[in-house]
Every structure is written in C-alpha cells, then in structure tokens.
Design a protein around this ligand. Structure first.
Ligand code: SF4
Length: 340
C-alpha cells in the first residue's frame, strides 16, 4: 500500500484508462472495478491524428503503431491531470499447461510509460500473471495502491469480473465488439453488439487482427466500414468461440503468445470455411509477433487451401489512398474469382 490517493479537494481519485492496447479489451473490467471503489474513471478519447503523433514524437521508430498510439493516449491523460493511470503489467492472461504469455511489449509497458512521463501520475502497474496468481490478487494490489483494503477491492473486483465475463460470453456466442464498440468501451454499457455478417449473397470477407487495431477506427482506417462500402459482408475473428480458436491453433506449431494463437486459430478456421471468400489480416509495421505468425500461416495453414489472404500492414505513414487501393484490388480479385 503506497498511501491513500485522493482527487482534487480530497474527493474521489480520478483514474485514467488509455483507450488503446488492452485497455480496449478489458475496459469493462478495469472501469467497473475502479468505479466500484468509488473512483472517477477518465477514459481517453478515440485515437485521432493528434493523439497518434503525440505518441510518435516520444517513441523510437521501430515500435508498432498501437504502442505509439498508446503513448499518445497516456500523454493526453497526464495533461488532463489524472491522479493515477491504469497500466497493469500484462504477463500472462491464461494459466495453460504449456507456457503462454502476452506480447513482450505489454510486459514492458509500465517501464516504457514511466520512462516517458518521468514523474506523476502514479502508475497502477500490478503484474497480471495468471500463471503465478489469480487475477483477483492483482486487483487487490491495485486497490492497495489507491489506499483500499482487501475486502473492498475484492468486492469491486467480483462485480467487475462478472461484467467482463458477460462481455466475453457474448463475444464467444458470436457477438463481437461491433459498431457500437465506442459505447461499449466507454464503460457505460459492456454489452457488445452483433458483428455477424448481414445475410445476402455478397462477398463474405473475414477480418483478422488484434482488437486494439481492428477496433480502433483511426488506426484501422475504418477497415470494416471500407469493406462494407465496397459491397462486402464482414465477419470478424472476435465472433469466433474460444474453443474453436483453441482447436484450430492446436494443429500447428505451439505458439507461446496467447493473442497470436487466437489469430492463428481464426485464420485456420476461415481458410476452411466455404462461405468465406477471402481474409484480410490487419497488422502493424514492426509487429514482432506477426513476423512469426505470418510464417506459420504461409508454411502450415495456407498450403492446399485456395483462400486469398491480404496482409494489410499499417503504420503512421500509411495513407487513406494506399489502404483504399489495396482493399479495392483485393475485392475486385475476389469478385473475379467468384465469377470464374
Ligand atoms: S502484438 Fe504486435 S502490434 Fe501488438 S503490441 Fe505486440 S508488437 Fe505491437
């Protein structure tokens, strides 16, 4: 316990949650936990050009765009004068028999943020490592950093975890983050909306990628909307049940990154689905894990399958026209294939 934190005039502390990286996926859990303790949650706005380039300015070149954008969100929250920032160190999000971890960028994130901020606000940087301790203990630690005891933190965690489980259950039932992600991620509601493709005979394109890239409209160049404007129906990897992803990923080289296993499982599922015409895999320049996953896809998943895959790589220099041209060419190629 580092001492009781209070907000201005001794009121509720204001805790910033960057709306980026895992702050997107776990927004319900983090927001509701902090609110359950009586804190005021301040979420950064959706990524925009200013936020991204504020992050780019303080980043080294060779880092992926989601991390650069994340740093912009952090700087924005610092400028708003929040009392603390939710930056848990996400090591392992599952306790699987084979060792599995998150991307190393998530493990080093609190250190990166600390080096850039060089001072306040306080970082709520407890380790989340489900291989070593249950999640509730990480949240009791976070509560302790804010001056709350075990009992209050556990109670707040249990309510927040139930909401997160509801959110994940709906995802697993085929309902993804959806077009109302902004509302869901704003913490006012945790119910995801449907992302199932509209019925019809238009091309069906599967999109695969991390939620913090695909569901960031700015970083993804509004991928889903663009595909729909071209006339495609879209199905997302988030709508696939976890069991399906696990079963598919188990066919290939053991990957020790939890999120990458999910992406690999999704591609493996979509390449075998006769109703899917093609796959767009959205990734970021300098994503180290993609370099490995794409090799496995090309060497082990694709051979023998005739499903076109577009690897769409974005960074801060990508432009609207370039992305649009690539998507249009891919779409036209899929139309031509279907007509043949
Ligand atoms: S998985 Fe790739 S895109 Fe995501 S944080 Fe790690 S390096 Fe960046």
């Amino acid at each position: 316990v580092r001492g009781k934190i209070t907000g201005p005039n001794g009121g509720a502390p204001r805790i910033g949650i960057p709306r980026a990286l895992l702050g997107i996926q776990y927004h319900a859990l983090w927001t509701l936990f902090l609110r359950g303790l009586g804190c005021t949650v301040v979420a950064s706005p959706a990524t925009n050009k200013d936020l991204l380039f504020a992050g780019v300015k303080v980043s080294i070149d060779d880092i992926c765009i989601p991390v650069k954008a994340y740093l912009g969100h952090v700087l924005h929250l610092k400028a708003l004068g929040v009392d603390a920032l939710m930056v848990p160190r996400m090591y392992a999000i599952e306790n699987s028999p084979a060792p599995r971890f998150t991307c190393p960028k998530f493990m080093g994130l609190p250190d990166l943020v600390r080096a850039i901020l060089k001072g306040p606000p306080l970082l709520l940087d407890a380790d989340v490592n489900l291989r070593e301790r249950p999640l509730v203990r990480s949240f009791v630690e976070i509560g302790g950093m804010l001056g709350f005891g075990r009992k209050a933190s556990t109670k707040a965690f249990e309510a927040a975890a139930a909401a997160q489980a509801l959110f994940e259950g709906l995802l697993a039932a085929g309902r993804g983050f959806g077009p109302s992600a902004a509302a869901a991620l704003g913490g006012d509601t945790v119910e995801p909306s449907s992302t199932g493709p509209e019925p019809g005979d238009g091309l069906l394109i599967a999109t695969v990628g991390h939620p913090y890239l695909i569901h960031d409209d700015f970083l993804s160049f509004s991928l889903k909307k663009r595909l729909e404007r071209l006339g495609a129906r879209v199905v997302e990897n988030f709508s696939l049940p976890r069991a399906v992803l696990e079963e598919e990923a188990a066919r290939y080289h053991e990957l020790s990154w939890s999120y990458e296993r999910e992406l690999l499982g999704a591609v493996s599922h979509f390449v075998s689905r006769p109703d899917v015409d093609g796959i767009v895999f959205l990734t970021s320049f300098a994503c180290g894990t993609f370099a490995v996953v794409s090799e496995i896809i090309d060497r082990e998943v694709r051979p023998g399958k005739e499903k076109p895959i577009l690897y769409l790589m974005v960074d801060e220099l990508s432009g609207d026209a370039g992305v649009q041209t690539r998507l249009e060419s891919f779409y036209d190629m899929l139309v031509a294939r279907r007509e043949r």
